[in-house]
Design a protein around this ligand. Structure first.
Ligand code: NAP
Length: 290
């Protein structure tokens, strides 16, 4: 497990930056060292949130924390840790459960893998389930037990899922399965909150292909995907936060992906399965990246 470090800096009364309004709340972001998580950090700091940034690469977290403190004069804390580790998860959950100013949890940390499940390293597959499922369960529970009694509007959880939640994809079985779980889990939580008339919001963010380090990590050739399907993390996070403001449960950024998901829902499962198998046969991927 890595170390927890704190670096607070009070806001300056003379600040005239881009802060939209001083929300005076804490946003906890997992996977904040790159990609969507780093963009959430920058955009939430611009909205005036103090930040707790979690990921394994402490130096990256330090530099993002430094940047937003300088630019937006918010308070930052970093937790350089591996969320697939039980003790690390305990530590993160207790920090979230005890934060009197908690406003938002973004369960964003995640990774993909390519290749057939039965050829993959079972440890990496298990880690994906730990990160996407168990960490989300544990941190969401900590956040909700903290947020629900306070019943403050504008507070909640964003679970970073994927459009992969809407398909079962050979050679990406664990990824699709865990993201499908994430959608159903978010939906269930939102229903419980509605049943309790709670103002706390839950969102499942379902991006398609987004330019981050995700595809470098799995060694995927980006040129295989049509340019029109790529989105920037800036666009995706902006859509998510706008969706959060209007309390949208599912946010699918980009009209192309909305259309794809709409068509998938209208198509019989058997047909989608056949198409997915044919696609897997056509694209010979490297043996496995986990
Ligand atoms: N990019 C896309 O096309 C796309 C599409 C749909 C959904 N998503 C989802 O978006 C989320 C963010 O991914 P991204 O695209 O921004 O990719 P990314 O740039 O690779 O970011 C992944 C983040 O997760 C962190 N992380 C990975 N394993 C971790 C662990 N064991 N403990 C703690 N943190 C861990 C990484 O930090 P460290 O390495 O420093 O730990 C990094 O900050 C993921 O959940 C992904 O499934 C991405």
């Amino acid at each position: 497990m890595g170390c927890a470090r704190t670096s607070f800096k009070g806001r300056e009364s003379t600040y005239k930056g881009l802060m939209r309004d001083d929300v005076d709340m804490l946003a906890v972001i997992t996977g904040a060292s790159s990609g969507l998580g780093a963009t959430f950090a920058r955009k939430l700091a611009a909205r005036g949130y103090d930040l707790l940034l979690i990921a394994r690469r402490g130096n990256r977290l330090e530099s993002i924390a430094h940047e937003v403190r300088e630019q937006y004069h918010v308070r930052t804390e970093i937790l350089a840790t591996d969320l697939t580790n039980d003790a690390a998860l305990d530590l993160a959950a207790s920090r979230i459960g005890e934060a009197a100013d908690l406003g938002l949890l973004v369960n964003n940390a995640g990774f993909g893998s390519m290749g057939y499940f039965f050829e993959a390293d079972p440890n990496v597959q298990e880690q994906m389930h730990r990160l996407h499922v168990l960490a989300t369960v544990r941190l969401s529970h900590a956040a909700l037990t903290n947020l629900i009694p306070r019943a403050t509007a504008g507070t909640g959880i964003i679970n970073v899922s994927s459009v992969a939640a809407y398909v079962v994809s050979p050679q990406s079985v664990s990824y699709s399965a865990t993201k499908t779980w994430m959608n159903r889990f978010s939906e269930g939580l939102a229903m419980e909150l509605a049943a309790k008339s709670s103002p706390v919001t839950v969102q499942a963010l379902c991006p398609g292909f987004t330019l981050t380090e995700f595809h470098d990590t799995i060694g995927m050739d980006r040129s295989r995907i049509p340019a029109s399907l790529w989105m920037t993390s800036d666009f995706v996070v902006e859509e998510s936060l706008r969706g959060f403001d209007r309390r949208a449960l599912f946010v699918i950024p980009g009209w192309r992906y909305k259309l794809i998901v709409w068509m998938l829902r209208l198509t019989p499962d058997a047909l989608i399965r056949r198409w997915s198998i044919q696609t897997a046969q056509r694209y010979k991927r490297p043996k496995s990246t986990g």
